[in-house]
Design a protein around this ligand. Sequence first.
Ligand code: WQD
Length: 332
Amino acid sequence: MKVLVTGGIGYIGSHTVYELIKAKHDVVIVDNFSNSKKETLEKLKNLVGQDLSFYEGDVCDKAFLEKVFQEEKIDVVIHFAGFKAVGESVEKPLLYYQNNLESTLTLLEVMGKHNCKNLIFSSSATVYGSPEHLPIKEDFPLSTTNPYGTTKLMIEKILKDLYQSDSSWNITILRYFNPIGNEESGTLGEDPKGIPNNLMPYIVRVATGELEILSVFGDDYDTKDGTGVRDYIHVVDLARGHVLAAEKLSGLSIYNLGTGHGYSVLDLVKTFEKVNNVKVPYKITDRRPGDIAMCYADVTKAKEELSFEAEKTLEDMCRDSYTYIKNCKKQG
Ligand code: WQD
């Protein structure tokens, strides 16, 4: 099938493009490089060993999207494009609501007009807010505490209402836990601009000496070692989950994509040091406002209905993350 991947040059998008091609699907990529680099497109072509159908433009631009759908017979759309920095969304809420909602509404309108009604939406475990119980199931209560998370929740609601109005749509919502790592060659990877907000991109920069020391945001949580616990999933496993979801689209479905295991901040630091034989100096600092103590997925539904199960280990995630950053340093 021919799959349109919006945000297909981004961190998760580029890994999903790679897995789609490995699964022998045709791919069309749309990206405006607002949070990705042009050289990633060339790296992706080298990785897959073939040219790629790529359109540079903004998913908010209806005329641009119309052009793509007129030139390409799209079977399924995987929609990644959107802003995703929690902290930035608090500082610039209108930017996030405008971009993330308008791009999705424009995409849905153009898809409907071209009778392409098969959609995979990139959502996030952030829609669960601070869970009462663990592990988290897809039917748990939803609440958000930042504009980024709220855009995801709003778009999920839009998609549910769209399906209620027209059940000829096939829509799958995928709620990611904490994606880290990259494909093992270290060609693709997460490369946030500026100082990283997330844990793994920060750890790798401390390991290479680019940053001096890791701040561990609090060690007084009610967890095994007091530091925050999250369900880290290898981005290659996450990408595979998208391919399976795209191949099994039917009706309206929602799935957690995680491993079902929680690891603490110190678990990540110690595992990273062990598999890469490097030191990651850290200091304990105050909690980060808005952080929750623990979060990990119940992964039963994706396993039973998509035959999806994460395969890579925390060691794989730590090793592959370091491979990527070392490659980046080599390339200068
Ligand atoms: C993980 C743990 C921190 C940085 C975020 C978004 C979520 C999703 C994934 C988009 C926490 C601790 C972190 C640091 C630290 N993004 N930490 N020092 O906050 O679980 O989720 O990214 O969908 O929406 O909220 O991920 O990597 O920022 O933090 O101690 O320098 O690491 O307190 O316990 P988070 P994270």
